[in-house]
Write a protein that binds this ligand. Structure first.
Ligand code: INI
Length: 159
């Protein structure tokens, strides 16, 4: 019989930080709203959630580091939207953001979650942010918050 470790989604008592980027706000506000719904529906009270807005995805890891350094959250959630469109910036911004978030997740004992959309088009980004209405179904904000709660519980079991 193997010893199995699996995180359960239990938000009660958790403190969570969210970094969300303002670039493509029409998408990122939907990611944020769905992430907040998920946390609240799973028992995380408003006063246990801190949210920081940053200009763009490139700045996400910088603010996420500050949250990690505070050492008072069970998870740090990163939300953003990098859309290829016509900008040559895409690969640099998307790549540096992913690399920065991944480095934090390895460096700190806090789970750091990657809810940054990297898409070829606005339509693809909308699809992943719950459609035009920003519903919770198919919304990566919701999925990232759920993943955060699972990782928090898993880390508690592995501690
Ligand atoms: N930031 C994004 O979050 N998404 C993008 O699609 C994007 N594009 O395409 O350029 C973007 N650029 C801004 C970048 O994140 C920084 O805020 C900026 O370069 C200042 O450091």
């Amino acid at each position: 019989m193997v010893n199995l470790f699996e995180g359960e989604v239990k938000g009660g008592g958790c403190r969570v930080a969210i970094v969300v980027s303002r670039f493509n706000t029409f998408i990122t506000e939907k990611l944020l709203s769905s992430a907040l719904d998920c946390l609240k529906q799973n028992g995380v009270p408003d006063e246990n959630i801190d949210v920081a807005w940053v200009p763009g995805a490139f700045e996400i890891p910088q603010a996420a580091r500050k949250f990690c350094e505070r050492n008072r959250y069970e998870a740090v959630i990163c939300l953003g939207a990098v859309i290829r469109g016509a900008t040559p910036h895409f690969d640099f911004v998307a790549g540096e953001c992913a690399r920065g978030v991944s480095n934090l997740a390895m460096e700190f004992a806090t789970p750091v979650l990657f809810g940054v959309l990297t898409t070829d088009s606005v339509e693809q980004a909308e699809e992943r942010a719950g459609g035009k209405s920003g519903s919770n179904s198919g919304n990566k904000g919701w999925e990232t918050a759920l993943a955060a709660l699972e990782m928090i519980n898993l880390y508690q079991k592995l501690a």
